[in-house]
Ligand binder design. Structure first.
Ligand code: ADP
Length: 246
């Protein structure tokens, strides 16, 4: 059984076709990198997978269950959205933020231990009483990962921001992804604009540009000059369109 199976999924915002018949599957232990230019439909695809957008055609199965029929499967998923800057004065503590990731049915005795263990995994033990607004951007991102893993998800979905993180923070973040996938055995779907990182970390690649442009093993994508060229041309075009609008 696949962890995730997307079969012929299409989605339109009014007359804008954002996803055109996307199909792929993810198996246990995979770390799938999703790449595609701005406006390619990555966020839309994630929103469909997370049950936030219901009006798609085609089917999405998670652990064999159609997500429109069985919403319980979402309890097995952790989601890390693109990081927004958190106000320096936002009063919640790290512990409070991470506790939001625990579903009510699992708020048992080991509650506190589970929060501490998630913070330890992301390398933030000892900071549980600090306010989230006091942390650096990279640390805040780790808190959001702790919140996503505190429920022991079997699948982690991660929408990576394109910019705004320094190289050292980024490398730590990638090391953490590798650990979660390798040691903690969490299956992962990760959208990224960083092709080098995808090449180093991902077991497979799905490249979308409204429709599926490529899906296969990481090396098949990165060893194919024609695919790389087509990808960089479409990214460049999306980039220029963005600037047209400004
Ligand atoms: P990505 O995450 O790859 O940048 P998105 O999923 O955000 O792409 O967007 C895919 C397409 O859908 C784009 O053309 C975008 O303009 C359009 N789109 C996204 N969200 C909306 C919305 N809420 N209403 C209308 N169009 C949208």
């Amino acid at each position: 059984m696949h962890v995730l199976e997307i079969d012929g999924v299409s989605f339109s915002y009014g007359s804008t076709l954002a996803l055109d018949s996307i199909s792929f599957s993810v198996d246990k232990g995979d770390l799938l990198g999703i790449i595609g230019p701005n406006g390619a439909g990555k966020t839309t695809l994630f929103s469909c997978m997370l049950g936030l957008l219901g009006g798609y055609r085609g089917s999405i199965r998670i652990f064999g269950e159609d997500i429109k029929k069985n919403r319980k499967v979402f309890q097995k998923i952790g989601y890390i959205p693109q990081k927004k800057n958190i106000d320096r004065n936002f009063p919640a503590t790290i512990e409070e933020i991470v506790s939001l990731g625990i579903t009510s049915s699992r708020k048992d005795k080991s509650y506190k231990e589970r929060i501490l263990s998630a913070l330890e995994t992301v390398g933030l033990s000892s900071l549980q009483d600090r306010r989230i607004g006091e942390l650096s951007g990279g640390q805040q991102q780790r808190v959001l990962i702790a919140k996503a893993i505190v429920n022991d998800p079997e699948l982690l979905i991660l929408d990576e921001p394109a910019t705004g993180i320094d190289l050292e923070t980024q490398n730590k973040f990638y090391a953490l992804l590798r650990k979660l996938n390798g040691e903690n055995k969490i299956t992962m779907i990760w959208s990224s604009h960083d092709l080098d990182a995808v090449n180093k970390l991902a077991t497979g690649v799905a490249c979308i540009n409204r429709s599926m442009f490529f899906h296969g093993q990481t090396h098949e994508f990165f060893e194919n000059p024609d695919l790389l060229k087509a990808y960089s041309e479409s990214s460049m075009q999306a980039h220029m369109h963005m600037h047209d609008h400004h």
